[in-house]
Ligand binder design. Structure first.
Ligand SMILES: CC(C)(COP(=O)(O)OP(=O)(O)OC[C@H]1O[C@@H](n2cnc3c(N)ncnc32)[C@H](O)[C@@H]1OP(=O)(O)O)[C@@H](O)C(=O)NCCC(=O)NCCS
Length: 161
C-alpha cells in the first residue's frame, strides 16, 4: 500500500473531521477545520495522508513569529502504528525548516504516551505544563524544540523520517 502526503483541501474537511471525531472527546468541529482556510495561508500548513486514495491522517501547523506550532495531528484508528504520524510530522517539520522557523512547539495531554513518544523522537522536550488545559481537567505538557535550523534537528528529522 502506498502512502501519499499532500496539502489539505477544503473538500478534505469532512473526512478529516470524521477521523478527528473518533480520536478526541473534545474534537475540533468541521467548522473549525473549515475556518483554517479563511486565515492568512502564510501562517498555516495543513496536510493529509492518503493510503491507496483513502484519507487516513492529517496534521496542521501554525506559524507565529519565529516559531511553528503543531496545532493538530491525527491518524485513523484502523491505520495507526504504521508510521503514518511519523511521516506527517516529518513533512510538517520539514516545512517549518523551509519557512525558517527557529522553534517548534505544541501542547499534548500529559497522559498521551503515544504522542509524547512520537514527538520525543523528533527532539521535542517538555518545557512546562498548562494545568487543567483540557476541558476534562487534564494538564497539557508544553513541548518545544529549539534550534530547528541546526544540525542536530536535521539529523533527528532524517533519523525519524
Ligand atoms: C498519536 C498518533 C497520531 C500516532 O499515530 P500513528 O500513525 O499510530 O503513529 P506512528 O505509527 O507513526 O508511530 C510513531 C511513533 O509514535 C509512538 N507511538 C505511536 N502510537 C503509540 C502507542 N499506541 N503507544 C506507544 N507509542 C506509540 C511510537 O514511538 C512510534 O514509534 P514505533 O512505532 O517505532 O514504536 C495517533 O495515536 C493518534 O491519532 N492519536 C490520537 C490523536 C492524538 O493524540 N494526536 C496528537 C495530539 S498532540
Amino acid at each position: 500500500m502506498k502512502l501519499h502526503l499532500r496539502e489539505m483541501m477544503p473538500s478534505d474537511v469532512g473526512p478529516v473531521a470524521a477521523i478527528e471525531a473518533c480520536l478526541n472527546d473534545e474534537p475540533w468541529s468541521e467548522q473549525l477545520f473549515r475556518g483554517e482556510f479563511d486565515v492568512d495561508p502564510t501562517t498555516r500548513h495543513w496536510i493529509v495522508a492518503e493510503l491507496d486514495g483513502r484519507l487516513v491522517g492529517f496534521g496542521g501547523m501554525m506559524f507565529v513569529g519565529d516559531d511553528a506550532h503543531l496545532m493538530n495531528l491525527g491518524v485513523d484508528p484502523t491505520h495507526q502504528r504504521r508510521g503514518i504520524a511519523r511521516s506527517l510530522v516529518s513533512a510538517l517539520f520539514l516545512q517549518a525548516v523551509g519557512r525558517r522557523a527557529t522553534g517548534i512547539t505544541l501542547e499534548v495531554r500529559v497522559g498521551n504516551t503515544a504522542a509524547r513518544s512520537l514527538y520525543a523522537a523528533f527532539g521535542l522536550a517538555p518545557v512546562g505544563t498548562r494545568p487543567g488545559y483540557y476541558a476534562d481537567g487534564e494538564d497539557a505538557l508544553i513541548l518545544w524544540v529549539h534550534d530547528v535550523q541546526g544540525h542536530e534537528f536535521a539529523t533527528r528529522l532524517g533519523e525519524a523520517a
